[in-house]
Ligand binder design. Structure first.
Ligand code: ZN
Length: 283
């Protein structure tokens, strides 16, 4: 690995791997892990490649999105057994169901959970996050000592996170993820990205944040985030290709691609221990 004098004091970059999601299928890319065994194996490969957070959804026996807490529990157990120290983040996203069923897995007390704090459009529907549900999910996360990752699909979501922090609905300074490139939501626009970063720094100070780009924007947003001192999300949930004509052979391949960008920008890839310290999580 290339070393340079600035590297020792460079900020480590946390790589989050979003292994499965709700949408991609084997027909889209055979490498998408669907069964629990596939998910655990794929996460392990990604962990070995440098990912320190696993962002997880589960599927049912038909491969359809599921919110089954038992499945989530088995996945969490498998990842804990095979990827020591890896941060487990369970999705409470709304593609697999509506209402409080979205938080049915929170009693499993994962390290982290995703939290959407406002509504926006998705490619073919409205992504509904009504205020009472958002508050309930945030309350559950506090009860089970789970760190929320605020999914910012729009600028207002960052300011909503600040308001929730002020109202003690989010205990720690919010860890915000900018999601860019979802069709009909915020595109991957560099000016907006820069303003997102400025807004987080104005509201919260010099705090960690991360960003995700969808499909071909994944690599673009990865590089923006890494260059700007943020953390990066990759994985087959957001993007199934290495380039226009090549399917990604694995989640690990996407993690390696992100790790190469870290090297290019003199950011060491964070170990799970470093990632836990950066995010203020229990060791
Ligand atoms: Zn997700």
């Amino acid at each position: 690995m290339r070393r340079c004098s600035s590297m020792s004091d460079a900020k480590p970059c946390i790589i989050c791997v979003a292994i499965t999601g709700s949408l991609p299928s084997k027909a889209d890319n055979p490498a998408v892990p669907i069964t629990l065994a596939e998910q655990i194996e794929s996460t392990h490969e990604a962990f070995e490649a440098g990912a320190s957070i696993a962002h997880c959804h589960v599927r049912d026996d038909q491969g359809l999105p599921s919110l089954d807490p038992d499945r989530y529990g088995q996945l969490q157990e498998g990842i804990r057994a095979h990827c020591p120290g890896m941060i487990i983040q369970l999705s409470t996203g709304g593609r697999a169901g509506a209402g409080r069923v979205r938080g049915g897995m929170l009693p499993l007390a994962p390290d982290m959970a995703s939290l959407s704090v406002g509504s926006n459009n998705f490619p073919n529907r409205v992504y509904e996050n009504p205020p009472d549900l958002v508050e309930w999910l945030a309350g559950e996360m506090q009860s089970y000592d789970i760190k929320p990752e605020v999914e910012a699909f729009d600028l207002s979501h960052i300011l909503k996170a600040a308001a929730m922090h002020k109202a003690s609905l989010i205990r720690d300074v919010p860890y915000v993820q900018f999601v860019m490139g979802v069709k009909n939501a915020m595109p991957a626009d560099k000016h907006v990205f820069d303003f997102y970063v400025q807004t987080v720094q104005r509201l919260f100070g010099d705090v960690p944040w991360c960003a995700a780009g969808i499909a071909a924007d994944q690599i673009v947003v990865n590089e923006w985030a890494i260059a700007a001192g943020g953390h990066a999300r990759t994985g087959l949930e957001d993007n199934i290709r290495l380039d226009r004509t090549t399917l990604a052979p694995s989640n690990a391949a996407l993690v390696r691609r992100t790790a190469e960008l870290c090297a290019k920008h003199d950011r060491p890839v964070a170990t799970p221990t470093q990632a836990r310290a950066i995010l203020g999580l229990r060791p």
